[in-house]
Design a protein around this ligand. Structure first.
Ligand code: GLN
Length: 199
């Protein structure tokens, strides 16, 4: 979309912390759209799947109306639409969710382990070394976060900690198990916008 000065970023607004993403993208000059139904997907340049509760969204997938939107998102992802999943969103993107058969998009060749950092309320902040973002280290906020335990050959590991992979990319797909939308640093949002505009 290099010809467009302000890409239109859809943010899935079915559940979770989508408003923080919207604010971040708008502060960077992108347009945003709250995506709740299939028609909202029309002419977006990219899609963000925010953090939230993946089992709640997996249940939504069973309802007819929501099922269509998941099928359409899957198809757009297969066609190359840039999609970024944060936390819950990275669970939805994963082909393999360890020990679970919950609904998913299953677009990205990663295995993910839900709630990998312990009890439900557990959250923490860790400075992450992410070479693709340069210096300084990025403040990674983990909220009931999963961890990526395996990544296929076509997946580029962008950051990892001693617990496992926390940021990865496979072509048009980006997964972060932490929450860049809740910190001031905008570099992951800028990285994603770069994926969108360099298409
Ligand atoms: N623990 C949630 C899940 O497994 C994800 C948490 C989040 O997105 N902040 O679905």
């Amino acid at each position: 979309m290099a010809s467009k000065s302000a890409p239109l970023i859809g943010v899935l607004g079915l559940q979770g912390d989508f408003e923080e993403h919207t604010a971040k993208f708008e502060s960077l000059g992108a347009q945003t759209r709250d995506v709740r139904r299939t028609s909202d997907l029309e002419s977006i340049d990219a899609l963000v799947l925010p953090g939230g509760e993946s089992t709640a969204v997996a249940i939504l997938e069973k309802s007819e109306a929501a099922k269509n939107i998941f099928d359409d998102i899957r198809e757009l992802g297969e066609q190359g639409l840039p999609i970024w999943g944060t936390c819950m969103g990275s669970i939805l993107l994963a082909k393999d969710i360890e020990g679970s058969r919950q609904g998913r998009l299953g677009l990205m060749d990663i295995s993910i382990h839900r709630n990998a950092f312990g009890p439900q309320k557990f959250s923490s902040e860790t400075l992450l070394h992410i070479p693709a973002l340069g210096e300084p280290n990025f403040p990674g906020v983990f909220i009931r976060a999963p961890i990526i335990t395996k990544a296929g050959k076509s997946v580029e590991v962008l950051a990892k900690t001693e617990r496992g992979i926390v940021m990865a990319r496979e072509k048009n797909l980006l997964a972060t198990v932490f929450h860049p939308e809740v910190v001031e640093d905008t570099r992951v949002h800028e990285y994603f916008l770069e994926m969108v505009t360099s298409d």
